[in-house]
Structures are given as structure tokens and as C-alpha cells.
Design a protein around this ligand. Structure first.
Ligand code: CTP
Ligand code: MG
Length: 236
């Protein structure tokens, strides 16, 4: 079966501060989305990339990506996104042709994921896992709190750090499992921030494979500095 990558890229990037939608902000001159599409197309397994664009930027994203030189095996499609990540992913899934058997879902906001990580996720799905997430151990200790904007916030618990993983993308799924998860779990308004969580809510098994430091999510302004430094180091 063929493998597709769905790239939710419809977010505004509010935590990055004022400017273009996050996926269109540049890293060393190239839009983050272009880096992310290239990262997916770098995998021999991926034959289709579905980009879920900010609704008012769909035409601009189409023209941006039509100029892109990608391996011959890789088709690109662009569809308009929704109000939260869960909705955007769902709109991307609706655009998949019948012959796609494995689906990767990859944040445009993780433009620098290495191809080895992408391949490891695909491999784990091919080996029989229905839901696979790349993840890393945490450096920080994590506390669960009673949220109180402005604080101080009472601490409720401290989960054992060694058992925690920070989850990245691409997350890989057997197509049927992912579609069923998105069709079954209702959007609570905020929407789910990762697809594997929807699969967990169906009571199905999700497995973790090693992630990569360079698959970090560009979220705040400091992340732009790090991403541009990583790119500069790659070119050196
Ligand atoms: N995303 C999306 N559609 C939305 C919201 C988010 O496709 N309505 C995508 C983003 O474009 C991003 C990924 O989901 O690639 C992860 O979301 P996040 O890092 O939170 O990006 P933003 O929502 O754009 O950023 P912020 O939360 O700071 O506004
Ligand atoms: Mg967001």
C-alpha cells in the first residue's frame, strides 16, 4: 500500500508573535512549510504529501509548492484547513485517495525532522503497529498543577520523569485506524493536539519509537533562532 503524509499547516502561530501564518514564516529564507514538505518527500516511502493550508492562503500555498522540485515519486496536494489541528487533519484525511494504506501526520511546525526518523515511523507501521509516535525523554521535571492564570498555582503531582516522553511528529498510522479515530472522537472545541491521543481514546495500542532533537516544534521566537542555527550547521 502507498504511504501519504498529511501536513497540518493551517495554524496562525500566535505564540510566535505577529507576522504571517507560522508555516509561511521563513527559516534562512525558505518558508517553514517548504522545509516540512521536503522533509516528508525525502523518505522513499512517501508518494503523496497533502498540505492543509491556512484557508485564506490556500492559493498562495499552492503556487509556492508548485515551484518546488521534489523526487519524481512525490505528488503534492493542497487543501484548506479548519479551526483547530484536529479539524485540519480531518480535512487532510478527506483528501486521501483510496490506495493509501499508511498515513503520516506531520506538523509544518517541525520543519527539520531528519529522514531517518520519518523512515523509522513508517517501518514500525509496516511491521504491524497501527499507531506509532516518535518521542524523546524529558530534560525538565514535570508537575501537574491546578491552572491559575497569574499564579501561584498549587502543585497536584509530580509524575516520575523517567516514564514520560515528549511526543513529536510525524506520527504514523494504519489508514483505517486513523480514519476511525478521527471519525469517532468528537472535537471538544479545542481539538486534539495529537492524533495518537484519539487512537488511545478508542482503547487501541499506540507505540513510541525514538524521536530526534531536530524534530523539535517551532513554537516561540527562540525556536526560530535554534532552527536557523540547525540549518546553518547542516549546510556547513
Ligand atoms: N494547525 C492546523 N490548523 C489549525 C491549528 C494548527 O493545521 N487550525 C497546525 C499548525 O499549522 C502546526 C500544527 O498544527 O503545523 C501544530 O500546531 P501549533 O504548533 O500549535 O501551531 P499554531 O497553532 O499555528 O501555533 P499557536 O498555537 O502558537 O497559534
Ligand atoms: Mg496551536
Amino acid at each position: 500500500p502507498r504511504t501519504a503524509a498529511v501536513i497540518p499547516a493551517a495554524g496562525r502561530g500566535l505564540r510566535l508573535g505577529p507576522g504571517a501564518p507560522k508555516a509561511l514564516r521563513t527559516l534562512n529564507g525558505t518558508p517553514m512549510l517548504v522545509h516540512a514538505v521536503r522533509a516528508m518527500a525525502a523518505s522513499n516511502a512517501v508518494s503523496l504529501v497533502v498540505v492543509v493550508a491556512p484557508p485564506d492562503e490556500t492559493a498562495a500555498v499552492k503556487s509556492l509548492l508548485s515551484d518546488l522540485v521534489l523526487p519524481d515519486r512525490t505528488e503534492v496536494a493542497v487543501v484548506p484547513g479548519g479551526a483547530n489541528r484536529q479539524q485540519s487533519v480531518r480535512l487532510g484525511l478527506d483528501a486521501l485517495p483510496e490506495d493509501i494504506g499508511i498515513v503520516l501526520v506531520h506538523d509544518a511546525a517541525r520543519p527539520l525532522v531528519p529522514v531517518d526518523t520519518v523512515d523509522a515511523v513508517v517501518e514500525a507501521v509496516r511491521d504491524g503497529a497501527s499507531a506509532v509516535v516518535p518521542a524523546l525523554p524529558l530534560a525538565d521535571t514535570v508537575k501537574e498543577v491546578e491552572p491559575r492564570p497569574g499564579g501561584p498555582e498549587p502543585v497536584l503531582s509530580t509524575p516520575e520523569r523517567a516514564r514520560l516522553r515528549a511526543v513529536q511528529t510525524p506520527q504514523g498510522f494504519d489508514r483505517e485506524t486513523l480514519i476511525r479515530a478521527h471519525g469517532t472522537v468528537a472535537d471538544d472545541g479545542e481539538g486534539a493536539t495529537d492524533c495518537a491521543g484519539l487512537v488511545e481514546r478508542l482503547g487501541e495500542r499506540v507505540v513510541v519509537v525514538p524521536g530526534h532533537e531536530e524534530a523539535f516544534k517551532v513554537t516561540r521566537p527562540l525556536d526560530l533562532v535554534l532552527a536557523e542555527a540547525v540549518l546553518a550547521r547542516r549546510r556547513a
